[in-house]
Design a protein around this ligand. Structure first.
Ligand code: SF4
Ligand code: SF4
Length: 472
């Protein structure tokens, strides 16, 4: 029985409700009057239910689809301006006891090199990341009770935060590790993590069980209820995601939004981020073996529909996607991207040789961070290295209420400009710096309050003279 307030996975992600939603969406995919009324509701920027959102996703009326894209772009502009937050993944270990059939780290893969970074190796990787200009990391590790216990993750987080190399610092560590206990989530919270991210992979229970034949991850309910336990452990920023390509995308989309509704209903705060990875090639993984791959056009529509359905939730895209696809979805709603990523264990200090690759997936966007930064700026986006909210205690419902009142945008633009200035001073190539200085000057005029503008001007000068880490 569908109940968004239930703490049981099968009740807040109720299969029957998803099937009815899909049938309803199918029935109304050409219903112009209904689609208009949903679009009117979406324009209020208070979000949509999974049923309403599913109708938009199914919509087959070309003019209405164009309206959905236009509205997504508008909402993106209103909430996020032209800022794009930058981050990089850091893989700590690819030892894993699970049997996920779509991931090359599955336990039965005997030929992929298994690696686990020591604390010294982590230090070296983090210095390399700092020297690129990164301030925000997403930690990744396979699930392995003896190789990657929680103590190892906690020690690694402490190591990462402790490294101050030249002007570099990692100011926010997000964590993407296997579902765990409330007690362990509490420990992660105490270690000062930003967002806890866990991808559902697929919301379809039967498919989930087929794709996860062995290991602790095969427990659908334990995995699906992990965000609840994270919240109970005090982590109030959690991230959702599915791996598009495993199941029918409409099913996943409805499940994703139901999960967001559940978090909102139980904890009063929806997901902090939603990630939209698509299945892509990797060591012993051929995406062609999975039947539900989605085209770039459908992918763009999913991004647009998420944007209009959960306007306050950040949306993340990785280097799995090509520059072309990334460019397209940036306009439609993506607010965070990775740059210069290595998806192997280690690899920032020295790239791995292809034949020794420990990568989780093949990267499509192979540009350096500086190239990505320049590319964004040439499209008039402001690459932002801001981590202010989490460090100012603006998390969970406090963060969401600032988002909903629109006040957060008073902080985002000044912080984006100041952190970009730091990047330009410390890490940018000369041409990137030139473009960036122009971009900063141009965007100063968009800071609405004169008093804030003056403070930012002063701080930009101070950054030029070597001071760092200003924030609103
Ligand atoms: S997806 Fe995660 S849990 Fe599954 S095999 Fe890969 S690393 Fe292990
Ligand atoms: S001020 Fe907060 S919401 Fe805005 S970019 Fe910085 S961390 Fe994100």
């Amino acid at each position: 029985m569908y109940d968004p307030k239930s703490m049981k996975a099968d009740e807040f992600i109720d299969h029957g409700e998803i099937m009815e939603t899909l049938a309803y969406a199918d029935q109304h995919k050409k219903d112009a009057a209904l689609i208009d009324s949903i679009l009117e509701k979406a324009k209020l920027r208070k979000g949509l239910t999974h049923r309403e959102a599913s109708v938009l996703l199914a919509c087959e009326l070309e003019d209405k689809n164009q309206e959905i894209f236009k509205l997504a772009e508008q909402i993106k502009k209103d909430f996020y301006g032209n800022r794009i937050v930058m981050f990089a993944p850091l893989y700590l270990s690819n030892y894993c006891v699970n049997g996920c059939t779509y991931c090359p780290y599955h336990a039965k893969n005997k030929h992929i090199p298994r690696k686990k970074l020591t604390q010294d190796e982590i230090r070296a990787e983090v210095i390399a990341l700092q020297d690129m200009g990164h301030k925000r990391l997403a930690l990744e590790a396979g699930e392995h009770p003896t190789m990657n216990p929680i103590e190892y993750i906690l020690e690694s987080i402490e190591t990462i935060y402790s490294i101050k190399h030249k002007n570099g610092a990692i100011r926010r560590v997000n964590v993407n590790i296997a579902a765990t206990t409330v007690e362990n989530y509490r420990k992660l919270k105490e270690a000062g993590i930003g967002t806890y991210i866990l991808f559902q992979e697929t919301y379809h229970r039967a498919t989930y069980e087929q794709l996860h034949p062995t290991g602790p991850k095969s427990d659908y309910a334990y995995h699906t209820e992990a965000h609840d336990r994270a919240m109970q452990g005090g982590i109030d920023d959690v991230g959702l995601g599915v791996l598009f390509g495993l199941e029918l995308y409409r099913y996943e989309f409805a499940g994703l939004l139901m999960h967001a509704e559940h978090l909102e209903a139980v904890f009063g705060v929806g997901p902090h981020t939603i990630s939209v990875p698509r299945l892509c090639p990797a060591d012993d993984i051929d995406p062609g073996e999975f039947d539900n791959g989605i085209s770039d056009d459908i992918f763009a529509k999913i991004v647009a529909c998420i944007r209009v359905s959960v306007p306050y939730t950040g949306m993340i895209i990785s280097t799995r996607e090509s520059p072309k696809v990334r460019e397209r979805v940036l306009h439609l709603g993506v607010s965070q991207i990775s740059g210069g990523s290595r998806t192997s264990v280690g690899g920032y200090v020295e790239p791995e040789k292809e034949e020794e690759s420990s990568a989780q997936f093949d990267v499509s966007d192979r540009r350096t961070l500086d190239e990505v930064v320049r590319w964004l700026m040439e499209m008039d986006y402001i690459p932002s290295f801001c981590t202010a909210c989490y460090r100012e205690g603006r998390t969970g419902d406090r963060f969401m209420s600032l988002c909903k009142s629109g006040q957060i945008s008073n902080c985002c633009l000044p912080n984006a400009l100041m952190t970009l200035k730091e990047y330009l001073m410390d890490y940018a190539a000369p041409e990137t710096r030139r473009i960036g200085e122009e971009l900063i000057a141009k965007n100063m005029n968009d800071i609405p309050k004169e008093k804030v503008r003056k403070i930012v001007e002063e701080r930009l000068d101070k950054i030029a003279y070597g001071e760092r880490d200003f924030r609103f």
